[in-house]
Design a binder for this molecule. Structure first.
Ligand SMILES: NC(=O)c1ccc[n+]([C@@H]2O[C@H](COP(=O)([O-])OP(=O)(O)OC[C@H]3O[C@@H](n4cnc5c(N)ncnc54)[C@H](OP(=O)(O)O)[C@@H]3O)[C@@H](O)[C@H]2O)c1
Length: 484
């Protein structure tokens, strides 16, 4: 059972960078799925925009190829594909020049929701915002969607915010972090704030620690040169992991509305303590039997950029004092996993004998694979062997609990794009949130740069450097096994 699909209002959505990788892999297939499900009305239109000169007909052929490449066969219904393609136009436009802007102005229809997806390099965001304004294409209700990376540090993020603010109000700006569009992430809020069960326990008195892991098996491959200027801290921690941490650590908002939720997340970021050097482990993957080392992938033999990072964070407030948050993320790891583990404390007093097997409860929130949650509870081992205790999972894998349809929940991008059309900013980052995240990140990076610290090597297909395990072992804790 999945919730009813409620159609959004008719819209004109312009995808700047409509021929690029993100548009082909995520945005267009996502829009097609929403269209096929009946969420996008017939009057809606999608306009691809990029510099290449081509007709709308040529572009539709490109979109058709992209859908064939990135949609599973079961989703490629020919009738729906034809109807979707009929809603697509193209305009050749140069973000930095004059070409194409009057064509775009002519194409836009007054009275409909207007959305502009900036799926181009961030260096072009300012040019696009300026020209949308100058050519009077974007009305006062128009929305712009901007992709990561949102800045490289606090200064650049502030500049970017200021540039966009010259032409658009904060209510019009949708800074996308696709982690927030995941079903499980929203479910985390439902579980925390829709049940009485968890919230009373959701604090330092009962939670021993929290772990957040985002592990990838791929290396930096084709984007090595770009990645080498960024690293795991900027590419993953400052945005995705920080957002997940906020959802775990935030106070209950008064309402489920955009500013109430984002105010609470902002308080968490501002409560983060600076990280001590001994509480960060940075790594770089080594060469494997058939794979290049990080430095070869990045084509930088002297690179000090991390492809792996593990760290221990403290949220300095009443709720979390003394409960650490351990974060780790890396490339070329053992398996592809994104999960949050909330480890509860052991009961304060055990009535059972010492070797009965009692242990602490653990709530695992899996973003991938198999989106879902499970909670381990201790029960008596069935049978006549006396009071022996075992942990069993209360499994809330959506596909199993809610039937087959639930395995087909919208992908993060499609959900977020529908939120843009609906004008709901709850799952998008506000400007001050992004700046606060950089304000915390910058000194951590500056500290290791000042020490000219080199990342530690780790084997591809592993769980990262040994030191990341030690980071937890020395606190008497351990990471949940990646891929377990
Ligand atoms: N790909 C991903 O998985 C991914 C994930 C997260 C975030 N992002 C972000 O999403 C954005 C797009 O990434 P991408 O991977 O799709 O990049 P990409 O494959 O390089 O595509 C860039 C697009 O921008 C267009 N473009 C470049 N210069 C232009 C100009 N002056 N005027 C108008 N259009 C121009 C390109 O077409 P023409 O060259 O024909 O103009 C192309 O359509 C970036 O900010 C990236 O950081 C991407």
């Amino acid at each position: 059972m999945v919730s009813r699909v409620i159609p959004v209002e008719a819209f004109d959505l312009v995808i700047f960078g409509g021929t690029g990788d993100l548009a082909r892999r995520k945005i267009l297939p996502g829009l097609f799925r929403r269209f096929k499900d009946g969420q996008i009305p017939d009057e809606a239109r999608i306009i691809g925009a990029a510099r290449s000169d081509m007709t709308s007909e040529d572009y539709r052929a490109q979109v058709f190829d992209a859908l064939n490449e990135f949609l599973p066969i079961s989703k490629r219904d020919q009738k729906a594909l034809d109807a979707f393609l009929a809603r697509i136009d193209y305009v050749g436009i140069d973000a930095t020049g004059t070409h194409g802007w009057s064509d775009l102005a002519r194409l836009m229809r007054p009275g409909l929701v207007q959305a502009f997806y900036f799926s181009v390099a961030p260096a072009l965001f300012g040019d696009l915002a300026k020209r949308l304004h100058k050519h009077k294409i974007a009305g006062p209700e128009a929305r712009i969607v901007v992709e990561k990376p949102f800045g490289h540090d606090l200064t650049s993020a502030r500049d970017l915010n200021a540039t966009l603010a010259r032409h658009f109000d904060e209510q019009q700006i949708y800074r996308i972090d696709h982690y927030l569009g995941k079903e499980t992430v929203q479910n985390l809020m439902a579980v925390r704030f829709g049940n009485l069960l968890f919230e009373p326990l959701w604090r330092n008195q009962y939670i021993d620690h929290v772990q957040i892991t985002v592990a990838e098996t791929v290396g930096v491959g084709g984007r090595g040169a770009y990645y080498d200027k960024s690293g795991a801290m900027r590419d993953m921690v400052q945005n995705h992991l920080m957002q997940l941490l906020c959802l775990i650590a935030m106070e209950p908002p008064a309402r489920f509305d955009p500013d109430a939720v984002r105010d609470e997340k902002l308080k968490v970021i501002r409560a983060l303590e600076p990280v001590e050097p001994g509480e960060v482990v940075r790594g770089q993957y080594k060469a494997g039997a058939e794979t290049l080392s990080y430095r070869d992938d990045a084509e930088n033999p002297a690179s000090r950029t991390e492809s792996f990072i593990a760290m221990k964070l403290h949220v300095a407030n009443w709720r979390w004092n003394g409960t650490p948050f351990y974060l780790r993320t890396g490339k070329r790891m053992k398996s592809r996993v994104s999960e949050i583990v909330v480890r509860f404390k052991e009961p304060p007093h055990s009535i059972f004998e010492e070797d009965t097997g009692q242990s602490a409860n653990e709530l695992t929130i899996r973003l991938q694979p198999n989106e879902g949650m499970d909670l381990t509870v201790t029960i008596k081992e069935p049978g006549p062997g006396g009071m022996r205790l075992i942990d069993v999972p209360l499994d809330m894998t959506f596909a199993e609990a809610l039937g087959e349809e639930a395995a087909d929940v919208p992908d993060a991008y499609e959900r977020l794009i529908m939120d843009v059309i609906r004008g709901n900013q709850t799952l998008f980052m506000r400007g001050d949130e992004v700046e606060a995240a950089w304000a915390w990140t910058d000194p951590v990076i500056a500290a290791w740069e000042a020490r000219e610290e080199k990342p530690m090597g780790y084997e591809p297909g592993s769980t990262g450097p040994e030191e990341a395990l030690i980071l937890m072992h020395k606190d008497g804790r351990r990471w949940r096994e990646i891929g377990s």
